[in-house]
Ligand binder design. Sequence first.
Ligand code: 7TS
Length: 416
Amino acid sequence: MIASVDVKAAAIAADFPILAKPTSRGKRLVYLDSAASSQKPQAVIDSLVDYYSSYNANIHRGVYEIAARATDAFEEARVKVARFVNAAHSAEIIWTRNTTEAINLVSFSWGLQNLKPGDAILTTQVEHHSNIVPWQLLAAKTGAELRYIKAADDGTLQLDDLDELLRGTKLVALSHVSNVLGSIAPLAQIIPRAHAAGALVLVDAAQSVPHMPVDVQALDVDFMAVSGHKMCAPTGIGFLYGKRALLEAMPPFLTGGDMIRTVAYDTTTFAELPWKFEAGTSNIADAIAYGVACDYLTNVGLDWIRQHEIQITAYALERLAPFAARGLQCYGPARAEDRGGVISFNFADIHAHDLASILDLEGVCIRAGHHCAMPLMDKMNWPATARASFYLYTTEADIDVLVAALEKAAEVFKIS
Ligand code: 7TS
């Protein structure tokens, strides 16, 4: 690791108040579960307090000063998110609760309108449940077929039969970075081929947009789903990016207040984009705080964050390598450059949940289980994996604590 990168990560960690609070056992909190949800910097926490204590009011309706201020801040946050992913216009950003809701929006709105028997939806073998289940249900409702791009054991997508899989495919829905293996989908190869075959492409960017520069126009994605809580913003806020012409042609997903232009007893006309898809009172405070999170990450620099995660992942892989002799297996691509900051592993015959519990005693937070990717776990024949995941505040010292905690686990389970 280049020392200055780690020094910067340590300085960044100081912006996250939770990381300075010891656990109930007096251990330093070593948070290695950012793929599940990231920690929040003080600026984001302050933004929530500021909204509720200074200008809390409903938006898009009040004429008084604090309502106008809330509306402006809410719409300004949309512009910040649009800039963050280089959307051509902020009207292409639809607020949702999270990635899952963004994918469901496309499934219910675009999918029910556009799919019929004989069509296909193409996804991959490495997806999170939220990018499988909506498509299974949509296929059942419309008579479309659900197909999977095969993945190698390290998560690399097998594209040799892509042209065949694309025949009849109307939508390709795939994750950018796997939350289990960290493998990165070659979007620049897949998207043009999908378009040439007449399919749209939805990217589940839950594990990429927080960690690396993602440009929706350069990639030419049609839809993209993202969660705020994995990128320093609060829970309960995420977004769907969609190309304007596609969103214009889609019917509303949820209906009611705020998404209308006019309502009579027998008919309704809908609001313009993006509000057509935002029924009911929005998650105002969290959307505003999402804008602050975008500012925070932009200020640190997405290129720096990506570089830092490659280095911390390389360091972690190097420190874990000697455990291989005692039965520790790391999954995913071999080179840190080819993966996101996620390492799934199993240690000899210790169940991943037992391992996570022992690590917890040492202050180390990791996730254990199926990571909402049961089909992938079945394919790999893993009952569960342990998973350490990194972010901009992860330091070499955190990895050293993980390694020391794994030594403790080896002692407890008498692995020599
Ligand atoms: N897609 C991917 C690739 C994910 O990693 C996740 C969440 C989701 C979709 C769903 O995000 P949500 O915000 O709508 O829930 N992944 C994880 C995880 O790996 N551990 O906890 C949540």
